[in-house]
Design a binder for this molecule. Sequence first.
Ligand SMILES: *Cc1c(COP(=O)(O)O)cnc(C)c1O
Length: 388
Amino acid sequence: MALDSSDAPGFGTLAIHGGQSPEPSTGAIMPPIFQTSTYVQPAIAEPLGGIYDYARVANPTREALERNLAALEGGAHGVAFASGLAAIESVLKTLSAGDHVVSEENTYGGTTRMFTRVLARLGIDFSFVDSRDPEAVAAAVRPETRLIHVETPTNPMMRLCDIGAVSEVARDAGALLMVDNTFASPYNQRPLELGADITVHSATKYLNGHSDIIGGALVVRDDALAEEIRFVRKSTGAVPGPMDAWLCLRGAKTLHVRMRQHNAAGLAVARHLEGHAKVDAVFYPGLPSHPQHDLAKRQMKGFTGMVSFDVGTLDRARAVVEHTRLFQLAESLGGVESLVSVPALMTHASVPKDLRERMGVTDGLVRLSVGIEEIDDLLADLDRALER
Ligand SMILES: *Cc1c(COP(=O)(O)O)cnc(C)c1O
């Protein structure tokens, strides 16, 4: 029998066993990679298992991943996608022209681009707010509001949204609350338990954790909502391949071990940088200096490996990223190897400078994805680069 969250095991036990059972014909402990497009049916319109007729609709490797992620997020249904953006888009495609969405203004850039440049053209209306303030979210709600979308912590300023408070706003509005939980991972934060309806991930990041796939996933509790989202996925086609689903499941099995180390290293790096003479400011929810540190302690179990800091000018930021050796210059995050980036010139280059600065994304801001190398080596790498 596969374990699920109703057995109440600890998180690490669920990460390994949640939704998993040996493959019935051989006992293989890992699900095979069902690399097939179709399935032979014993009789007309009688697919095996009632569902295995075509691999866009059903694939057992993908289902093993989905059961695992549902267990990790404390939900009933996982739905896996070809990317994080495909997961978010599939939720938006349960809406219709004329519907309205309230979104955090500081979301992942690709999410904002999809909302403003693709979905707005199709007649969905968006309002962008600072969701650190639940009242700002409530003030943006209209009679046509069907969905509230937030991300917490945000990229790269590590702003937080009070999921419980915003879930009440959503309930009063008769809207669904979707939380992008990519930065926190379910090890650190479980939005469904705090009142969200949908938790969504770029599985590319911490869930997979090894920088070797692009993937997405969402988890919900409600059966009808899961069915609606699966219908959109089946009808529009943004499914992950079985090999990527398998790699993501393999990664998810060590999520707890990796996140413990990411959390420890992230906190150590943030503390170290806060005491460094060449650093003007550090943005990390685990530091008492973070303006929402109390909320962080309430809704998160750890504070991740994502750390941003300001060195004042673009030239200094450039000098830092050009002189680290362990922290490699790249976009993305959440893998075992440490990465560094300059958001103003990389992930946020397409955001107008005045808006960027209003969000705090100054030219001197450096973003780290702290990996799981030895902490002392990471601190020494940063010290060496900051001395340049
Ligand atoms: C990367 C990312 C996405 C997009 O996911 P893809 O897998 O790249 O499509 C969405 N949200 C957040 C917070 C991300 O970091």
